[in-house]
Design a protein around this ligand. Structure first.
Ligand SMILES: [Zn+2]
Length: 164
């Protein structure tokens, strides 16, 4: 596994739900955790490592033991709206303002297959919404305002330029 960046086609491939909660799943999750920490990201979705599965990981803090894994996540409810700047490991160096729900109720499965429903707010809710976007093939380029699109045009072009 390795991190892929825009415009890699894996970011736009349809994802499938996880149905088998086995050791292979858990070793893939460990690999994603390693990649997220090496890249100093706060979240990572499976398509970002070219794996077309409905799985995301996140950790907004410094403790690597605090990683969270959300499998087959669905947002049940959204409350409030808030603007905030977002980056993305698949768009290095690019930050744009995105409006998100302030609070969400999210249902997901854990790596052992247990179902959970939780209310998450603020920064963690923003990360989850950003990563669920990846599972639906929605990227920062699809969320940015027309003004941001103009502002980051050159940076985006640099990402899409072939590098030999
Ligand atoms: Zn992202």
């Amino acid at each position: 596994m390795e991190l892929v960046t825009y415009p890699h086609r894996a970011l736009l491939e349809k994802t499938r739900p996880i149905e088998t909660f086995d050791d292979e799943l858990r070793s893939r999750i460990d690999e994603m955790r390693r990649i997220m920490h090496e890249s100093e990201g706060v979240g990572l979705a499976a398509p970002q490592v070219a794996w077309s599965a409905k799985l995301l990981i996140l950790n907004p803090g410094d403790d690597p033991e605090a990683d969270e894994v959300l499998i087959n996540p669905t947002i049940l409810k959204r409350r409030g709206r808030v603007m905030g700047d977002e980056g993305c490991l698949s768009f290095p160096g690019i930050y744009v303002a995105v409006e998100r729900a302030k609070e969400i109720d999210v249902r997901y499965r854990t790596p052992t297959g247990e179902e959970k429903v939780e209310t998450r707010a603020d920064f963690v809710a923003r990360i989850i919404q950003h990563e669920i976007d990846h599972l639906e093939n929605i990227l920062l380029v699809h969320r940015m305002s027309p003004a941001d699109r103009v502002r980051v045009k050159r940076d985006l072009e640099a990402l899409t330029r072939p590098t030999g």
